[in-house]
Ligand binder design. Structure first.
Ligand SMILES: O=C(O)CCC(=O)C(=O)O
Ligand SMILES: [Fe+2]
Length: 285
């Protein structure tokens, strides 16, 4: 039997979400409870994400604000980097998004997966249980961090991503590889540090705010695993070697709430990505 799903989250439910998170419940548990209570899944996810990351002001209306978010990417069909020309496949004006073809070649994708596999295996032995952290609980994936320029392949990707993102390499955080198995997901979130949250201050103190992200897909996902932007109903289907670029900080420091995004659950196969985040200033990566 088809039941109608709730598409509005009442103040009581908002309060319940806030209290459950404060009491240490994982976002995934909250989502399961809300689905049992016939909430539309997308509505429930958004309410939980807003609570985890701090509510956002409604997206500003009017052209004056929209025009503040101007892409750093050069105009045209091709972005030139020192070792490769990259084609732009899709552009979105707001939030600023670009889909880029052939950011990495197949050997580079396979190389990053191989490097990450050995690191994931090692870190599982050294730190079998890093404990629960509300923010991390929304990301059911495994990650491997690579310091800037720590190997020839990492250096090459650091240099190429900096050229694409139009910022010096020193503004980049180290590359982060993530692997999602079936059911793995990353609930909608902002990549910028929420200015009104105490936990953001130490991050912002070194290197400043995050300004842009380039996600590179190391494999085709068999089913599911799209990168989604729920506020604009945009979804990108992972394709090996392609990049998804987006920006969220205007020159005056205002942040774009339309950049809310996440990784949809993987339905079949594995999803592998490597992400580069750029900061306002040089960052000790
Ligand atoms: O897995 C995805 O598609 C999204 C990843 C993401 O949001 C991130 O790395 O910040
Ligand atoms: Fe993200």
């Amino acid at each position: 039997m088809q039941t109608r799903r709730h598409t509005k989250v009442t103040p009581d439910w908002h309060r319940w979400i806030g209290e459950a998170l404060a009491n240490g419940s994982a976002p995934a548990e909250l989502l399961a409870t809300m689905k049992e209570h016939q909430f539309d899944e997308r509505v429930a996810r958004e309410a939980i994400a807003d609570s985890v990351f701090g509510g956002v002001a409604p997206p500003p209306s009017g052209d004056a604000q929209a025009s503040d978010f101007v892409s750093r990417l050069p105009a045209g069909h091709v972005i030139h980097t020192p070792d490769r020309d990259i084609r732009v496949l899709v552009r979105v004006a707001r939030p600023v998004i670009a889909v880029l073809d052939n950011v990495l070649d197949a050997a580079e994708c396979d190389g990053m997966i191989a490097l990450a596999r050995s690191r994931l295996a090692r870190s599982a032995v050294v730190a079998p249980d890093s404990g629960s952290n509300t923010v991390m609980d929304i990301r059911t994936s495994e990650g491997a961090y690579f310091h800037r320029a720590e190997s020839e392949l990492v250096q090459r990707i650091d240099a190429r991503t900096a050229a694409i993102m139009q910022l010096p390499e020193e503004h980049g955080e180290g590359l982060q590889v993530m692997r999602y198995g079936v059911g793995g997901e990353y609930m909608p979130h902002y990549d910028y540090f929420a200015p009104d949250q105490k936990g953001s201050a130490p991050h912002i103190a070194s290197g400043g705010q995050r300004v842009s992200t380039l996600i590179m897909y190391l494999d085709d996902a068999q089913a599911g695993g799209e990168t989604i932007f729920p506020r604009i109903d945009f979804s990108y289907v992972p394709r090996k070697g392609q990049g998804l670029y987006f920006e969220y900080a205007a020159a005056d420091g205002s942040l774009d709430p339309l950049s809310l995004h996440g990784g949809a659950p993987v339905v079949a196969g594995e999803k592998w990505i490597v992400t580069k985040w750029m900061r306002e200033r040089a960052f000790a990566g």
